[in-house]
Design a binder for this molecule. Structure first.
Ligand code: PGA
Length: 248
């Protein structure tokens, strides 16, 4: 059985004061949940604060990005060793905003995934098509290719989570239909099966991301291929995020 995983992606939001307010609101609302893994992926500068704020709770800590090198001349970057030092557990890799605005490619995503795993971090690797790619009918091919290239060289997939995020559904209020999201998550699972076998494919958790909210969570989470959500906008409100966590 795959344990559902609901991960917030705060993106470039929240000051320390706002982070505190959000988490103080969230903690009691998710405290009794034993069935879903709850993660908050936060800006690097908030990691130290958030680590303290969630100590002793059932909320897991994640980062939004990292470099693949351990140290060096990479101004502005964060290394896996720095994340290790704060007991960060998850790290989002290759979010579409990083691919779009920060020139990340399947190759850099792969380096980051391999580095994260080598440092005991659990990557949440993002894949997904743009509107143009969807309209051109290449969604399945593209998502399979992103999965293959991103996971190249990975031998043990048990610490990997994949997030399927159609780019046109992110922050737009548009959601992929539950059936379509499920179908593409199935394509990802088949790709993992081809690469690493049926046991790995059956075990890997695949999230849907893109305007997941209280109104559509039940339908999306009822799909057999969807094991969780990567949540942007709705992760910034304790009531909304907890409603996603407590959906079942
Ligand atoms: P959204 O963002 O929930 O605001 O659409 C999801 C994401 O980008 O991870």
């Amino acid at each position: 059985m795959r344990k559902p995983i609901i991960a917030g992606n705060w993106k470039m939001n929240n000051t320390p004061a706002q982070a505190k307010e959000l988490l103080e609101g969230l903690k009691p609302l998710v405290a009794d949940n034993k069935t879903t893994e709850v993660v908050v992926c936060v800006p690097a500068i908030l990691i130290a604060d958030v680590k303290k704020l969630i100590e002793g709770t059932n909320i897991h800590l994640g980062a939004e990005n990292m470099h693949w090198e351990e140290s060096g001349a990479f101004t502005g970057e964060i290394s896996p060793l720095m994340l290790n030092a704060y007991d960060v557990e998850y790290v989002i890799i290759g979010h579409s905003e990083r691919r779009q605005y920060f020139a990340e490619t399947d190759e850099t995503v792969n380096k980051k995934v391999l580095s994260a795993l080598a440092h005991g971090l659990k990557p949440i690797m993002c894949v997904g098509e743009t509107l143009e790619e969807r309209e051109a009918g290449v969604t399945d091919k593209l998502v399979a290719e992103q999965t293959e290239k991103g996971l190249a060289g990975v031998k043990d997939i048990s610490n990997v989570v994949i997030a399927y995020e159609p780019v046109w559904a992110i922050g737009t209020g548009k959601t992929a239909s539950a059936e379509e999201a499920n179908r593409v998550c199935g394509v990802i699972r088949q790709t993992v099966e081809k690469m690493l076998g049926s046991e790995a494919a059956a075990a890997i958790r695949i999230q849907y991301g893109g305007s997941m909210k209280p109104a559509n969570v039940a339908e999306l989470m009822a799909q057999p291929e969807i094991d969780g959500g990567l949540i942007g906008g709705a992760a910034l409100k304790a009531a909304d995020f907890s409603a996603l966590v407590n959906n079942q």
